[in-house]
Write a protein that binds this ligand. Sequence first.
Ligand SMILES: Cc1cc2nc3c(=O)[nH]c(=O)nc-3n(C[C@H](O)[C@H](O)[C@H](O)COP(=O)(O)OP(=O)(O)OC[C@H]3O[C@@H](n4cnc5c(N)ncnc54)[C@H](O)[C@@H]3O)c2cc1C
Ligand code: SF4
Ligand code: SF4
Ligand code: SF4
Length: 366
Amino acid sequence: MAEVEANKHIDVLTNAELKDFSGFIGNFSSVVAEKGGAEHTVDHGVVVLATGGHEYRPDGYLLEENDKVVTQTELEHQLAADGKAPKSIIMVQCAGSRGDDLKYCSKVCCNHAVKNALTIKELNPASQVIVLYRDMRTYGYAEDAYREARLKGVIFIPYELEQKPQISASAKGKKLTVSFFDALLQEDVQMHPDMVALSVGIVPDGTEEMSKLLKAPLTDDRFFLEAHVKLRPVELPVSGVYVCGLAHGPKPVDETIAQAQAAAAKAAIPLVKGAVSIDPIVSVVEQEKCIGCGICASLCPFGSIEMIKVDKKRKAQTIAASCKACGICSSHCPTFAITMGGFTNEQIMDQITAFGNVKAAEPVEA
Ligand SMILES: Cc1cc2nc3c(=O)[nH]c(=O)nc-3n(C[C@H](O)[C@H](O)[C@H](O)COP(=O)(O)OP(=O)(O)OC[C@H]3O[C@@H](n4cnc5c(N)ncnc54)[C@H](O)[C@@H]3O)c2cc1C
Ligand code: SF4
Ligand code: SF4
Ligand code: SF4
């Protein structure tokens, strides 16, 4: 960060917010408002979205009601600050995740739980640490930490979504009770730990507002949707806009860094080239037929049609660099002024007529 601050080619605006956004690849313009009210207009060629996310705070686990129920992040801070481990702790995995409130797996919380469990065992090997889980998703090298935790005496007990652990507290909140069904014992179990740590999920920050400004689509879970999961994993469907980190989906920090490097490398390509190649098929407006109604500009999902003045008359014009050839504008133009490159109305009608003629000439089989 110090290097970034010192670099004369980088302007850092902290406590600032994106107010307005327009343009297309190579010609974007953003209005950024600082907290004090000052506004800056920044002209730029590309965008890398890295707006991140934050922990989800589920209801139904006494999280906001009892200070002995904390998230893994809060537990991590407490352990670092106090250097003291609780005598007994129960960790509840997937709290609010995977079919509960959030539909998805947040990928980091199993690692986070194992990491905290190991810290507790290091601070006090006699501490009782129980992890209630649905699947331990400590993938990759984190599997070693999982094995180490088991060797050090951390107890892992599975539960099913239909039989979630129930957390309750005594009237004054001093005594916690965690009830769960132990599938090995085939019994309901009740325990009274000193603390409960919830492995909560991750939700994205402000993607809904940002997606409206940038006209970029989101998944059902409100993360940004990449243009193609395998072929264009760090690009959004809007040309010149790239994504990485939690804005794109939950992931640990090493994966975020790898994805950030990929996004930076991809974003550098049009900047270094200084030009973009236009797709062979883009919309074309025949301005003599255009009556300037603006329907096409209002419907284009990528903001790829601008209304301009030609001889004092309002006319539509395609921004070829960002057109995605979806054809929406063409199919809604009341005067048929828009054709898709290489697919004029006449050509399509000729194809249909030719197809009909061939069909008519063929004997019809019963
Ligand atoms: C609860 C939790 C626990 C985690 N535990 C682990 C773990 O144990 N191990 C691990 O490897 N990873 C863990 N992660 C994941 C790790 O934190 C992320 O992979 C990494 O921080 C993502 O980086 P990012 O830059 O995408 O987002 P962030 O780190 O969230 O940074 C995003 C930044 O963008 C800023 N921002 C947001 N919106 C705007 C806006 N509109 N305008 C300007 N700025 C904006 C935010 O203020 C923030 O500074 C955890 C994440 C969470 C939420
Ligand atoms: S990482 Fe683990 S705790 Fe987090 S949602 Fe996935 S399975 Fe559940
Ligand atoms: S919809 Fe057709 S007529 Fe209306 S502005 Fe667009 S091109 Fe012109
Ligand atoms: S074809 Fe689609 S992306 Fe291109 S200008 Fe028309 S509506 Fe916009």
